[in-house]
Design a protein around this ligand. Structure first.
Ligand SMILES: Cc1ncc(C[n+]2csc(CCOP(=O)(O)OP(=O)(O)O)c2C)c(N)n1
Length: 634
């Protein structure tokens, strides 16, 4: 069946039985691809029937289908001509792991960050109305994404808009971890409403569980469907705010899904279809561990075990150190925006359940919540991925920085993240944080320095950012980090370097100038080990280098840096962020502001563009940021 499918027209031609066979084939295919490449698995397995039904009922691409987050769009990509391309999904030059308008007309809007779909769909619906069109516009949003403020803002607007828009709520009770919050609880109540086409027995069972009513009333209540609704679901939130609510419907029954979706087509105004799905559906190991298989590295299909053991990474080092610090200081709390596992807080939650707060996919709220706590003497530590910190920009300025509150903002996945591509690369945080008055910004070169910086940060009493990358530390080791001092850089004196330097000096002892450093390399974060390797290679060529670990992007250690530049007169910077307003810019400003004469300068950073998916090593090479390229360039 799979071979025949290249568009929604092909899906429409199939009967229900054939569509069910197609669903199983798609499942098998996705499991095969993701087990090889890694990627998002459980969410995609959960929407196989839903995607088939949506493509059967609606006319895509003339009808517009917006996938929230977009990590669950693999089935859609397969249906729309990208079955073979899926084998290269998330790889350099291959298709992206999220919807991309430049890949297919069927992808009508780019996504990657959560909770945007209803806003985008409402925008498209209003544009249609202005232009006098009659196509459907559909947003598919998960119950996790519904915890995001933007989704609420859009529902609020859409509900009273009278615009024809369909919101498909894909409710699997999970965000990446178990979903949380009042909305999730409310959905739980809706779930216990009879599912579409099922007999009233399910209602009877629910009512029997309500103590005050008990068995005798069931018959009476059955006669009054509306009152059942009122009893079982005290308030129909969606209907109250202006949506026609349809469902809940079994999200793995194609026939029922098609019925409800067809019905939704006939309803005027905003409609919400509540679809119940299971994350990981059809692959037992993922059904049992939906969080582990939300996004996975390549794995063995039989056992579900990863093909490569997970190495210690910055997130886990952060999590462990935070537990150690929290044991000593009961004011320390941790806040996550639905990313407990990814940010290394799983164990913290076990150890300090009362000092752990998962706020849902709500980065803005997370930061202002932290600000409120900090105002009252608590020390909140908030790890959020770099690209998701973009969401909380005003909160960092307005609620934390202006009031100079001691919130510890840990920026995980800073720099290149690789396979997730342009929406997830952490290239902008140094640039946008550096603009903010009162904010102090650090980046550790390795695990040891992260531990030292975290301890320093929780005791600082000021707003502070610590940024660190996805994955592990470099194999190039740095010996004996100095103690962290506020606003102080560190000159790297590695034994290995010193030895090589001494050797190179003695080999060229006749030449007087070789003893003098003639190049300053200033690097930040995980670029520092790279700088050391570059220095070693240059020293082999007889160029003496002083390597400075900037440690602080803000406040910058201008004293140490200036001294080195005046000595060498040649300076390069290396950073894993955009070329605008990062370390390179800071040094350029220093050279100009301090009127340092006859200095040659070059910044190694990423260009002013969005960086697509590929492995970190491949991308570093493409952008001339790998060790060999930089050495050659120097
Ligand atoms: C702004 C933002 N924060 C965090 C994430 C990371 N993230 C990706 S998917 C996801 C959970 C989404 O849950 P849900 O919408 O229910 O979809 P499901 O995977 O359960 O189908 C999260 C937190 C994100 N993509 N965007």
């Amino acid at each position: 069946m799979l071979e025949k499918i290249n568009s929604s027209q092909d899906v429409k031609k199939l009967n229900i039985k054939e569509k069910e066979i197609l669903a199983e084939e798609i499942r098998k295919y996705i499991i095969g691809v993701v087990s090889e490449n890694g990627g998002h698995l459980a969410s995609n397995l959960g929407v196989v029937e839903l995607t088939i039904a949506l493509n059967s009922v609606f006319d895509i691409p003339s009808d517009k289908l917006v996938w929230d987050v977009g990590h669950q769009s693999y089935v859609h990509k397969i249906i729309h001509g990208r079955r073979e391309d899926l084998k290269n999904i998330r790889k350099l030059g291959g298709i992206a792991g999220f919807p991309k308008t430049n890949e297919s007309e069927a992808d009508c809007f780019n996504t990657g960050h959560s909770s945007t779909s209803i806003s985008a769909a409402l925008g498209m619906a209003r544009a249609r109305d202005i232009k006098g069109g009659d196509n459907s516009v559909i947003a598919v949003i998960g119950d996790g994404a519904l915890t995001g403020g933007m989704a609420m803002e859009a529902l609020n607007d859409a509900g009273t808009s009278k615009t024809n828009i369909k919101v498909i709520l894909n409710d699997n009770e999970m965000s990446i971890s178990k979903n949380i919050g009042g909305m999730s609880r409310f959905l739980g109540k809706l779930r216990t409403k009879r599912t579409y086409t099922k007999s009233n027995n399910s209602i009877k069972r629910v009512i029997e569980k309500i103590p005050v009513i008990g068995k005798p009333t069931v018959k009476v209540i059955r006669r009054f469907k509306r009152s059942i609704k009122q009893l079982v679901i005290p308030k129909m939130y969606f209907e109250d705010i202006g949506f026609t609510y349809l469902g809940p419907v079994d999200g793995h029954n194609i026939e029922q899904l098609e019925d409800v979706l067809s019905l939704s087509k006939r309803v005027l105004g905003p409609v919400l279809v509540h679809v119940l799905t299971q994350k990981g559906k059809g692959y037992e190991i993922a059904e049992k561990n939906p969080d582990k298989f939300h996004a996975t590295s390549p794995f063995n299909i039989e056992t579900g075990e990863p093909k490569k053991e997970k190495e210690k990474d910055f997130s886990s080092v952060f999590g462990e150190k935070l537990i150690e610090l929290a044991k000593k200081n009961d004011k320390i709390v941790a806040i996550t925006a639905a990313m407990k596992d990814g940010t290394g807080l799983k164990q913290f939650r076990e150890e300090f359940p009362k000092r752990f707060f998962d706020v849902g996919i709500a980065e803005q709220h997370a930061i202002t919540l932290a600000a409120g706590m900090a105002k009252e003497g608590i020390i909140p530590v908030v790890p959020i991925y770099s690209s998701f910190y973009q969401r909380a920009y005003d909160q960092v300025i307005h609620d934390v920085a202006i009031q100079n509150l001691p919130v510890v903002m840990c920026v995980d996945r800073a720099g290149l993240v690789g396979a997730d591509g342009e929406t997830h690369q952490g290239m902008l945080d140094m640039a946008f944080f550096r603009l903010i008055p009162n904010l102090n910004i650090m980046a550790p070169a390795d695990f040891d320095e992260l531990e030292k910086m975290l301890e320093f940060a929780v005791n600082l009493g000021k707003p502070v950012v610590i940024r660190y990358p996805r994955g592990g530390e470099s194999k190039i080791k740095i010996n004996n980090h100095e103690k962290i001092e506020f606003g102080k850089a560190e000159i790297i004196k590695n034994d290995e370097n010193t030895e090589k330097q001494a050797k190179s000096n003695s080999e060229q002892s006749n030449n007087e100038s070789v003893n003098k450093e003639e190049l300053t390399i200033i690097a930040i974060g995980n670029q520092v080990p790279k700088a050391i390797a570059i220095a070693t290679k240059l020293q082999e060529k007889g160029i003496q280098v002083e390597v400075i670990n900037a440690r602080f992007l803000k406040p910058l250690d201008t004293e140490t840096i200036k001294k080195s530049i005046l000595k060498t007169k040649n300076v390069i910077t290396i950073e894993d962020g955009t070329c605008i307003n990062g370390l390179g810019t800071a040094i350029k400003e220093l050279i100009v502001d301090e009127n340092l004469q006859n200095v040659k300068f070059k910044a190694f950073a990423y260009p002013d563009e969005y960086i697509k998916h590929g492995s970190v090593a491949e991308l570093e090479n493409i952008y001339g940021q790998d060790i060999e390229s930089i050495v050659k360039n120097i």
